[in-house]
Design a protein around this ligand. Structure first.
Ligand SMILES: Cc1ncc(COP(=O)(O)O)c(C=O)c1O
Length: 374
């Protein structure tokens, strides 16, 4: 038996709905800026509980459009050092000066103290990233911290479809949130993303920037230095259909995450990280003890038939070759330790009990073998 790191399945119910809707779309022949994007936006806004949602071509574009709409050019944006390159590049391409901050190894998010360590009078924006779908318990404190300083809080919720803390969905804690619908995400359209906000003027600016700076899809009158960040109608069909089944799929993921946590709690050499709130189940993250050789452990588990998913991110941003010159001299102990020691277990709605048990067994046995006798 092999347990793959990822399994992306569109079941019969999914297929029938998607194919029927795509048939209708092809009959109509309007493949861009049509009713599918409109209804996906409306349904997504309702799902997360905001007034405005703007469908875009990727999660990276969602972040970049928020930054362009906010006018960050020449201003400073704080980004956690353990995030996807996309978070960095979105702010950078919008003309911001990006400052990295450290994160807590267990919540995978910045603490207020991490923000305080790097804030300057020039700081205009903080981007918090809900890694693996985890929303940090420090969010209320971060919201206050930003408010007191007049700094805008933006959420990168690329991993957090369906993550809820208190009574709020990921993406709704700050001025705006950005989701990704990349092929491996909890809600996937292949490529795609969504901006969510309660700020009507920001939403209007994002729409303008998404559409090459023009207000109408079909009239060429450009009032902003915008870009093409539009989502196609085909992607919107898939997104709208997937959204209708999101809660069901998230529930299956949460159940798997719970089973892993129960089975692996207290295993020597491994600390299972728990979000502490209902989450997307995008990643199940464990932290290996410092003396466990991650590569050897992963190879050993692979021999048992279990492919561990890639780490959330195995290298922090300041260790990326393209950022080395500007950021390579920096040190962020939390982000570095987290990236170096984390593992992600296979999680997808189709993971059945037999395969889950194999993962658990292999992790326990192989960890004991790699760590050696206590
Ligand atoms: C945290 C994070 N932010 C942003 C993105 C960018 O999303 P996309 O791939 O849809 O551009 C991703 C990844 O896909 C991500 O993991």
């Amino acid at each position: 038996m092999i347990v793959p790191a990822q399994e992306i399945v569109f079941d019969v119910e999914d297929r029938n709905l998607i194919l029927a809707e795509i048939g209708r779309l092809l009959d109509e022949g309007r493949l861009s800026a049509g009713r599918n994007v409109d209804r996906f936006e409306q349904a997504f806004a309702q799902y997360v509980g905001v007034q405005h949602a703007v469908a875009v071509s990727s999660g990276t574009m969602a972040l970049e459009l928020i930054m362009l709409a906010m006018g960050v050019r020449g201003r400073t944006v704080i980004v956690p050092a353990n995030t996807n390159f996309a978070t960095f590049v979105a702010a950078s391409r919008a003309g911001a000066r990006v400052v990295l901050c450290d994160v807590d190894e267990v919540t995978l998010s910045p603490r207020v103290s991490d923000l305080t360590a790097v804030v300057t009078p020039e700081t205009a924006v903080v981007i918090v990233v809900h890694m693996g779908g985890f929303i940090s318990g420090e969010m209320p404190a971060i919201i206050d911290w930003c408010r007191e300083r007049g700094i805008a809080l933006i959420e990168d919720a690329a991993h957090a479809h369906g993550s809820v803390r208190g009574d709020r969905h990921a993406g709704t804690f700050g001025l705006a949130g950005a989701f990704s619908f990349f092929a491996t995400k909890v809600l996937a359209t292949g490529e795609g993303g969504m901006v969510v906000t309660n700020d009507a003027s920001l939403a209007a600016e994002v729409r303008l920037y998404r559409n090459l700076g023009k207000a109408s899809a079909w009239v060429s009158n450009h009032t902003r230095m915008g870009t093409n960040g539009r989502m196609s109608e085909l992607a919107a069909v898939v997104g709208w259909q997937q959204l209708a089944r999101l809660d069901e799929k998230v529930a299956a993921r949460r159940q798997i995450a719970d089973l892993y946590s129960e089975a692996l709690v207290g295993v020597p050499g491994l600390l299972m990280l728990r979000p502490g709130h209902p989450y997307s189940g995008y990643k199940v993250v464990g932290q290996l003890a410092p003396d466990v050789d991650r590569s050897a452990f992963k190879a050993s588990v692979a021999d048992a038939g279990v492919q561990l998913a890639g780490e959330v991110y195995s290298e922090p941003l300041h260790h990326q070759p393209v950022l080395g010159e500007a950021y390579g001299h920096l040190t962020f102990p939390g982000a570095e330790a987290s990236c170096a020691r984390q593992i992600c277990l296979p999680i997808y709605p189709t993971l059945d009990r037999e395969r889950l048990d194999l993962v658990v067994r292999s992790v326990i046995e192989r960890l004991a073998a790699v760590a050696g006798p206590a």
